[in-house]
Design a protein around this ligand. Structure first.
Ligand code: ATP
Ligand code: MG
Length: 264
């Protein structure tokens, strides 16, 4: 099967530093991939490349066999198709929300792309993410989790082929996380690339994990997400887990264990 997304020897230099170095991987249609790594390892930078919002300093990213470039994205036919097929949930959802009402926000994508039944689609996705009661509200006055649910509904309302999620579960309550995980599991054929630094969310977001670490060349890991979670050495090496030594209770027993950061 031909990959839908591919990164070929991608290096990104930003602010005089190398943020990503020599990353190569393919994503097949329908795959669920979770990108893991500590703060600052380049997860957001990578998703922006996959969404055509930034470009590699060296190497490149392909979509459906075509290499993304400013010139390609300037071609109206390609740009329309790419924006219709690939949706990115920004880590900072405030940067995505600009419509006067939640209803307009969710219907914006379908309207822009000239999809039929934009309002019905918006209503359906609002229901899915439990924001149907907020349709008349202004997005800027919502809570953080409400904004994120609106942004998710807006991403899905264009019924993309590829969904890029940047820290989608951060700030969501358990019910909202459950709804998102259900959507990821149930939309047929959807390809997902989702970032998180939260190991406890990894296998909910993806079957395959890519592990990044700051200052490291290439991927530390590319494979089964469950296998990565059992690889303590790699998790410690990436900085996602660290070794704690502490005392339990009043006794003398000193206990050492690996602590996994899963706060958001
Ligand atoms: N516009 C920019 N100019 C210069 N450096 C940047 C810029 N944006 C990000 N960086 C740097 O690039 C590195 C990767 O940032 P990025 O936002 O991709 O990390 P991340 O893995 O998404 O982190 P987090 O878990 O905090 O979201 C960081 O060291 C960051 O300081
Ligand atoms: Mg980020």
């Amino acid at each position: 099967m031909a990959p839908v997304l591919s990164a070929h020897h991608v290096t990104v230099n930003q602010g005089g530093r190398t943020v990503l170095e020599d990353l190569t991987f393919d994503v097949l249609p329908g795959e669920r991939v979770v990108v893991l790594g500590v703060n600052g390892c380049g997860k957001t930078t990578l998703l922006r490349l996959l969404d055509g919002l930034g470009f590699a300093s060296d190497g490149g990213v392909g979509y459906d066999g075509e290499r993304l470039s400013p010139a390609l994205l300037d071609r109206p036919a390609f740009r329309l198709r790419f924006r219709r097929e690939v949706a990115l949930l920004f880590q900072n959802v405030d940067a995505m929300l600009f419509n006067p009402t939640v209803a307009d926000e969710i219907a914006f994508g379908p309207r822009q792309l000239g999809l039929p039944d934009a309002d019905a689609r918006a209503a359906r996705w609002a229901e899915t993410f439990d924001v149907a009661g907020l349709l008349d509200r202004a997005p800027f006055e919502l809570s953080g989790g409400e904004k994120k649910r609106v942004a998710l509904a807006a991403c899905l309302a264009v019924e993309p082929r590829v969904l890029l999620l940047d820290e989608a579960t951060a700030g969501l309550d358990p019910a909202a996380v459950g709804r998102l995980v259900d959507v990821l599991a149930n939309v047929p054929g959807l390809t997902v690339v989702a970032t998180t630094h939260n190991l406890s969310m990894a296998t909910e977001l993806g079957d395959r994990a890519l592990l990044l670490a700051p200052g490291r060349k290439g991927l530390l890991f590319d494979g089964d997400a469950h296998a990565l979670l059992h690889d303590e050495r790699l998790l410690v090496e990436s900085g996602l887990a660290h070794r704690h030594v502490h005392r339990h209770g009043a006794g003398d027993h000193v206990h050492a264990h690996y602590h996994v950061h899963d706060s958001e």
